[in-house]
Design a protein around this ligand. Structure first.
Ligand SMILES: C[S@@+](CC[C@H](N)C(=O)[O-])C[C@H]1O[C@@H](n2cnc3c(N)ncnc32)[C@H](O)[C@@H]1O
Length: 157
């Protein structure tokens, strides 16, 4: 099983890029992991919020592969403590055959089609973060989960 993270739009701020890449490399010490970027749409000023979500949704669907298990990161999803998330991830590692794909939406969130394509929704807080910042928060939590499962010293509780 492989973990993947699908995001909409390149990460632009240098400080996020450095920190995200650091955690991506740390995750890869424990488990196969890829972060895939769907290029941001051009000329979004001429699109309504709904049209932008629809178009981003079409690109997200194109990036999915047969057999993918899709989990949306969404502030209305299920909340976990870090240890619970680690246990959830461990179960997935035993039950998912191909890819477990986490998706972070664009600035306006997900289209209806993407909600329909997903098996689960996970929230990292009840608060809303920018689509750029949540990437860093997620990769840190996935690294934390992998370290917990390996019995490492990163997490203290
Ligand atoms: C700015 S938010 C979009 C907010 C939009 N109002 C919505 O309802 O989805 C951009 C993306 O960041 C992610 N995100 C933001 N806050 C989150 C949270 N607390 N938990 C999980 N994902 C979050 C989601 O993937 C969301 O689609």
């Amino acid at each position: 099983m492989k973990f993947a993270l699908l995001v909409v739009g390149r990460t632009v701020e240098k400080h996020y890029i450095t920190a995200i890449n650091d955690y991506v490399e740390r995750i890869k010490h424990y488990t196969p992991f890829d972060m895939e970027v769907i290029p941001e749409l051009k000329n979004t000023k001429s699109l309504s919020m709904e049209q932008q979500k629809e178009k981003e949704g079409e690109l997200i669907l194109k990036a999915l592969q047969p057999g993918d298990v899709v989990v949306l990161l969404d502030e209305h999803g299920k909340e976990f403590r870090s240890i619970e998330f680690a246990e959830w991830a461990e179960k997935k590692m035993h039950t998912v055959n191909k890819r477990l794909v986490f998706i972070i939406g664009g600035p306006y969130g997900f289209s209806k089609d993407i909600y329909a394509a997903a098996q689960e929704k996970i929230s990292l807080s009840k608060m809303t973060f920018s689509h750029q910042m949540i990437r860093l928060i997620f990769v840190e939590q996935l690294y934390r989960a992998m370290n917990i499962l390996a019995g490492g010293p990163y997490h203290h509780e």
